[in-house]
Design a protein around this ligand. Structure first.
Ligand code: SF4
Ligand code: ZN
Length: 463
């Protein structure tokens, strides 16, 4: 059993704390064991890749990573790279969205302040969508207070604060100037964030790969293998590094992300408006497939095409996942199958102590410093046990350990909270969470876990 810290807060403060756990985050992809493609980029450890394969498995993995990549998934020559850069940047100059952090960065001559402005925007954008961030960002940069409330996923906010403190207290108020030093010296700054700060604020020619860039590159180079695999991740970082425009690295990286966010979207991408459509292998493949279908011919292969469906290419989709005509370019990137969700039940207690003039104090406890929602304050709770009788006893024991003797008959059922956490991978900017408060009557078929919770909260059962 964890040993939380306890505190009491006013009723309004508790409500703020409870609602603040809602939030969604933008997906970004980073690789841990992918070898840095740039001299200034170093790998960071990510949980799903952090365990090194042992013995034979490790040797096989190394052989796999060193295997030559088919030219079909690469950019052939510098001419092709130049066309890609020029097309993307001219489109960006014409179409880029007017976002507050861009103005802030452009107008800031102090490099440390500029880097801080990029840092805040990048961390917030990993948290949620652009539209939500705009308001928070402007207020944050003006007020610099606890505006993280409402954005959710506090560990990012906490790490940003720790990093800012380190810059002020240990680095003489100066931000590290390269992607490598940013990642090495600042807590919570990984490969993506360090590359974004270094390229946008300091003009370092280093590519970045976030969820939008993954989608664009997988489509442009027809990469159908699992984008979260080490091999594909390594290839994507390498492509990003090859493509980044040395004269305008910050603009190039933002342009690639913007293309993924506004044109090369997950569903219904706007290929006819895409500045790099002439280089896009996904689009070429769709056109070829459509042509074959209209002539009622079996799918013909382009002379340049890789070897899909043979299982010989590690960047093509495996033979078990053939081309889906209905998806078009959205055949790329490949959807990664998710692990089935784990269901857990916990009993939460809102312990209220009435005070004079209708006011009340409410007990809050602090979560452990690591793991889900680390260090946040919450209502006391215990993991629910299988039997209702045991659950009540466990909760009562826990409450009594915090506040002393407490009669079981005072427990009153208030309702249920269903919360879903998806794809939580600390440090990889992946995942989203949703929460919902509901009453029993709204749910027609409670799951087994919800039934356990219902019976636990049935009031007035003596212990
Ligand atoms: Fe994406 Fe379509 Fe552009 Fe290819 S042509 S990069 S699929 S929007
Ligand atoms: Zn291939």
């Amino acid at each position: 059993m964890r040993k939380p810290r306890a505190a009491v807060g006013s009723r309004s403060r508790c409500r703020k704390q409870a609602s603040s756990q809602e939030g969604r985050e933008k997906r970004a992809l980073s690789s841990s064991q992918a070898k840095p493609s740039a001299p200034d980029a170093c790998a960071r450890t990510i949980p799903e890749f952090s365990e090194a394969p042992a013995g034979l498995a490790r040797q096989q993995e190394e052989v796999r990573l060193q295997a030559p990549v088919s030219p079909y998934h690469l950019f052939r020559d510098t001419a092709e790279v130049t066309v890609f850069r020029k097309s993307l940047l001219s489109w960006y100059d014409r179409e880029k969205r007017d976002l507050p952090w861009r103005k802030w960065v452009e107008g800031e001559v102090d490099l440390d302040r500029r880097a801080y402005a990029v840092w805040v925007s990048e961390v917030m954008l990993q948290q949620t969508q652009v539209a939500t961030v705009i308001n928070y960002y402007t207020r944050w940069m003006q007020e610099v207070n606890q505006l993280w409330a409402g954005l959710g996923y506090y560990s990012r906010g906490r790490r940003l604060q720790e990093g800012a403190r380190k810059v002020v207290e240990e680095l003489g108020g100066h931000m590290p100037r390269t992607a490598e030093t940013l990642q090495r010296l600042l807590p919570g700054v990984g490969r993506y964030t360090s590359g974004a700060i270094a390229s946008i604020a300091f003009g370092q020619a280093t590519g970045v790969v976030d969820g939008n860039v993954v989608r664009v590159l997988c489509r442009v180079r027809a990469i159908g293998a699992d984008p979260s695999s080490t091999l594909v991740s390594q290839q994507l970082w390498s492509l990003a590094q090859q493509l980044v425009e040395p004269a305008r690295p910050g603009d190039f990286n933002q342009a690639a992300m913007e293309l993924g966010a506004t044109v090369c979207t997950p569903q219904r991408p706007l290929c006819s408006q895409c500045p790099v459509q002439s280089l896009c292998r996904a689009r070429q493949r769709v056109e070829r497939e459509q042509l074959s279908a209209s002539r009622s011919l079996p799918g013909s292969r382009d002379v340049e095409e890789c070897a899909p469906n043979t299982g010989q290419c590690q960047l093509c989709a495996p033979p078990t996942e053939p081309w889906d005509q209905t998806l078009g370019v959205a055949n790329f990137p490949r959807k990664v199958s998710r692990r089935p969700p784990r269901e857990e039940c916990s009993a939460t207690c809102v312990l209220e102590q009435p005070r004079a003039l209708g006011d009340a104090r409410i007990l809050l406890v602090q979560r452990p410093n690591s793991g889900l929602l680390a260090g946040l304050w919450e209502f006391p709770c215990v993991t629910a046990e299988p039997s209702g009788q045991h659950q009540r006893k466990a909760l009562l024991r826990e409450l009594q350990s915090w506040v002393g003797p407490l009669p079981a008959t005072r427990l009153r059922h208030l309702g249920q909270v269903f919360r879903m956490y998806e794809g939580q991978q600390p440090g990889t900017c992946k995942g989203s969470k949703r929460s919902q408060v509901s009453t029993l009557s709204r749910r027609k078929k409670p799951s087994a876990g919800q039934q356990v919770l219902d019976s636990f909260f049935r009031p007035h059962i003596p212990c």
